[in-house]
Structures are given as structure tokens and as C-alpha cells.
Design a protein around this ligand. Structure first.
Ligand code: HEC
Ligand SMILES: [Cu+2]
Length: 309
């Protein structure tokens, strides 16, 4: 007998095991408590001829052992859960990155090659996928039951979600955070395709420029190039080689330049100042819309291979 729902991602099996473990322990505790309750109700029922004489001496050995046993079991569940949690949120180096922008009431998907889709997400089979997600308005939640992944999508910041699909097919995508009148229609399809079919899909939906190429144009249009490409009078860090490398900040700490850091550097530049630079970069919050921002981030990502100057 299969105890769990259909699964289409290898990364989801451990979540199922944990859930079954939790249910198993809960049933065992329930059986113990109600079993003892029933046993004593019958044993000490009214009129039963049982001896109700002197109480036994309190046994500390018994008290201590059951306390330790419960502690071990429940702390074990906690450790089990945290190991899975930490693993699922660990960045996977060469994952396929796809940007997701939620809004009332749809999912907009942006592929690195410039392919765009709405309420549908095409991914290749057996490939680690990393979604970088944000919202244009309220809190939404990206939920794909067959992958056992679910993550809130928040306005004003990037959240990542990782999975690795291992069964081709079309699966449900839900918004699972009540987000207004049409929340229940904020659904879509996740299509898992074999590598060849996926490559064909990319080709036939390729609309021209890649996200990074579009970002390069925006980099000039929003005036970033004037400061960041050098040559001008302002001193600003070169963005070549930035993505994925550690950045020393003016307060002496160091951060890793991931999508979230790059987004925050553009929207809230005063929050984290790069060491030995002046805080002169203007904030682009409320200036750059989310769909332009993912292009800029993709462009800066594409500069990762270049040498840091
Ligand atoms: C007025 C000049 C100026 C403009 C315009 C400007 N920046 Fe900056 N930028 C800076 C300076 C100076 C820093 C370093 C100090 C800091 O962290 O604020 C910086 C830091 C950054 C960082 C962090 C770099 C690192 O090494 O960690 C990123 C990313 C960035 N800018 C992207 C952009 C983008 C994208 C735009 C255009 C939308 C832009 N900047 C526009 C001057 C500018
Ligand atoms: Cu929603």
C-alpha cells in the first residue's frame, strides 16, 4: 500500500519519510496514552474488587527514564527535520536558474534565454532547478505538491526554491497564500520534459535576446553604466566577477554576492556599502519594475565569468 501522494521529484522523498515518521510517532504516543487510559478505566471501574490500598512509592528511575525517552524521540524528530530543511535550502552550484514574478493573479516566468510564460513553467527532467521568486504586490506562495516544495513569494525581496524533477509530466502549480479575490485562479502547470524535448521547447519559444542581453541594454538606459563602467568622474566598483564571490563591506563584514544581495544593492544601496567606496549610489526602489530588475540581475550574473577588476 502506498501511503503518500504521487511524487515527481527525487528531492521530495525525504519530506515524505519525515511526514510518515511524524505521523508514526504521533500514533504511537496516542496509542500509549489512550491505551493506558482505557486500561485504568476498566481496571479501577466502580465496583471492581481490585485492591485500592496504599499508594506505591514514587519511582524516580521510572520518571527519569520516560522523560529522557520522550526527549530523545522528539529531539530526534527535530534534528531529522532540520537536516532536511538545511539541505533543501543549500545552494546547488550549477542549477538551472529561472525567475518567477508573482502578481495578482498570475505567475510570470522568465527563462535565462529570454523565453517567457504565464501560469506555466517548463523544466527539464533530472536537472537541479533554482527558482528566484518575487512578487509585484502582495504575498503569494509557490506550491507544487508533487515536488513537495512550497515557499512564500514576498514583495520587495528574492526568495529561492530548489527542486529536481525526476518524472516527466504535467503537474499542478498553486498559489497557497490567500492573495485576494482571484486567489483560487492563481494556478498553473509545471511541465517536466525530457532533455531533448526541453531543448526543442526552448528553441521554438526563444523570442530573441537572452535575459542578460536585455539587461545589458537596461544597464545603460537606467544610467548604471555611467558610474559602473569606469571612465567617468565617480568611483564605483566594477561588477565583473561579482556574482558568487565574497564582497567586503564598509562595516568590516563580508557577504556573498547572490541574487538577493545584488537586488538589495540596486534597490537599497545604503544598506550595505562596499568597503572603500562612498555611499553615492541612488536607490532604484520604485524606479525599476521587477521584470527589468531580473534582467539587470541576469546581466550582472553573466559578468561572473569575467575577471574582477
Ligand atoms: C551615481 C553612481 C552610481 C549609479 C548611477 C549606480 N551605481 Fe551601483 N554603485 C555605486 C557605488 C559607488 C557603489 C559602491 C558603494 C555601495 O555599495 O553603495 C555601487 C554598488 C553597486 C553594487 C554592489 C557592487 C559590489 O561590488 O558589491 C551593485 C550590484 C550595483 N551598484 C549595481 C548598480 C546598478 C544595476 C545600477 C543601475 C540600475 C547602478 N548600480 C547605478 C555607484 C552607482
Ligand atoms: Cu497568489
Amino acid at each position: 500500500m502506498k501511503l503518500t501522494l504521487p511524487l515527481a521529484a527525487s528531492t521530495g522523498a525525504e519530506t515524505d519519510d519525515l511526514l510518515l515518521g511524524l505521523v508514526g510517532v504521533s500514533i504511537a504516543v496516542l496509542a500509549l496514552v489512550f491505551g493506558l487510559m482505557g486500561f485504568y478505566i476498566i481496571r479501577y471501574r466502580h465496583n471492581s474488587p481490585i485492591d485500592r490500598g496504599a499508594l506505591e512509592e514514587k519511582s524516580f528511575r521510572f520518571e527519569i527514564s520516560w522523560t529522557i525517552a520522550t526527549l530523545v524521540v522528539f529531539f530526534g524528530l527535530f534534528i531529522w527535520g532540520s537536516v532536511i530543511y538545511v539541505r533543501q535550502f543549500q545552494p546547488t552550484g550549477n542549477a538551472l536558474k529561472i525567475y518567477v514574478i508573482a502578481k495578482q493573479w498570475m505567475w510570470k516566468i522568465e527563462h535565462a534565454g529570454g523565453q517567457r510564460e504565464i501560469n506555466a513553467l517548463h523544466v527539464p527532467i533530472d536537472t537541479p532547478v533554482e527558482l528566484v521568486m518575487t512578487s509585484e504586490d502582495v504575498i503569494h506562495d509557490f506550491f507544487v505538491p508533487v515536488f513537495r516544495v512550497k515557499r512564500d513569494v514576498l514583495p520587495g525581496q528574492y526568495e529561492t526554491l530548489r527542486f529536481r524533477a525526476d518524472r516527466a509530466g504535467t503537474y499542478h502549480l498553486f498559489c497557497s497564500q490567500f492573495c485576494g479575490t482571484d486567489h483560487s485562479n492563481m494556478i498553473g502547470d509545471v511541465v517536466v520534459m525530457p532533455a531533448k524535448a526541453y531543448a526543442d521547447w526552448l528553441t521554438s519559444n526563444g523570442a530573441g535576446d537572452t535575459l542578460a542581453d536585455q539587461g545589458k541594454i537596461l544597464f545603460i538606459r537606467y544610467g548604471c553604466a555611467g558610474c559602473h563602467l569606469g571612465g567617468g568622474t565617480v568611483r564605483a566598483p566594477s561588477l565583473a566577477g561579482l556574482y558568487g564571490s565574497p564582497v567586503p563591506l564598509s562595516d568590516g563584514s563580508t557577504v556573498l554576492a547572490d541574487d538577493r544581495y545584488i537586488r538589495d544593492s540596486i534597490m537599497y544601496p545604503k544598506q550595505q556599502i562596499v568597503a572603500s567606496y562612498e555611499p553615492i549610489m541612488p536607490s532604484f526602489a520604485n524606479v525599476i519594475p521587477e521584470n527589468d530588475l531580473v534582467r539587470l540581475v541576469a546581466y550582472i550574473h553573466s559578468l561572473a565569468e569575467e575577471k574582477r577588476g
